[in-house]
Design a protein around this ligand. Sequence first.
Ligand code: GDP
Ligand code: MG
Length: 308
Amino acid sequence: MTTDADLNPAPFKSGYVTIAGAPNSGKSTLLNRILGEKISIISSKPQTTRTRILGVCHRPGAQIVFYDTPGVFVAKDTLNLRIVDTAIGAIGEADVLLAVVDAARPDPEAEDCLLQKIHDQKHPAVLALNKIDLIPDKQVLLETIALWSRYHPFEAVVPISALDGTQVEAIVSAIVKALPVGPAYYPEETLTDATERFIASELIREKLFRLTGEEIPYASAVTVEAFKPSAGGKRVSIEATIHLERDSQKGIVIGKGGAMLKAIGTAARQEMAEHLGAAAHLSLWVKVKKGWRNDPLLLRLLGIAREA
Ligand code: GDP
Ligand code: MG
């Protein structure tokens, strides 16, 4: 039997989607949730760009290429603004912007900044109001949805819980709807173009972003010296170094009695274990090198080409 769908199949859709939002709004949780547990299967293509993690979502009739940008966070001072502007470059290349907001914990300052970024770009935007599992009062939720719908002509405003998966497929559908017609850019089995090693270094960098003041992220880089899975694949040993520019920064990153470094290491290790689906053992060092940003060897290690 021939159906209308056979005669007029919906054209394949594809495109790039940048995920933007304040730290802790749940961007990475959402991406992992959309990609499914298979995030630990990682292709070995080398990563060339430092600030982007690419995640490829395959659905019947569509492919979404997500950029999870650890650097896209809400800037509260000029120094951070510069970092944001670099990272936000990804938005310029995207077809759709996925904004993620922690709906359970309104932060007007952070939300203003995010909205400004959304207004400043011309791509369709889909809004995920995340963490609705923490909002028991549905009336409050309805008001939040109404409020955000007035802020910007979003393609869709979808209340979700990235943590428990509620409405996550509705976000995917809303994005697919907003995507242009296009080919599949990546083969079916590709979930990311980042190596596990690269993800490990990004996770450490992200914790630095979150746990230290604004001076540190800008002045820091992370290299992974060793990445050794155990024979059975149940355990991975990782050795990494945080590179800083000044001794005073070293004090901040190490913290009182090593507390800060320990917190960074613990947070990074826990997330590595999640990503890898294996226990992670992390040894973390801190090195001070003046002007590391001009060190050709370190830049090569970081995959950043020196400008001619
Ligand atoms: P990111 O900085 O935007 O990438 O945020 P993460 O994905 O790292 O999440 C930050 C924190 O929020 C983590 O502790 C997550 O477990 C938590 N989180 C993310 N999504 C949800 C959600 O839907 N509900 C709840 N309760 N917590 C969430
Ligand atoms: Mg994240």
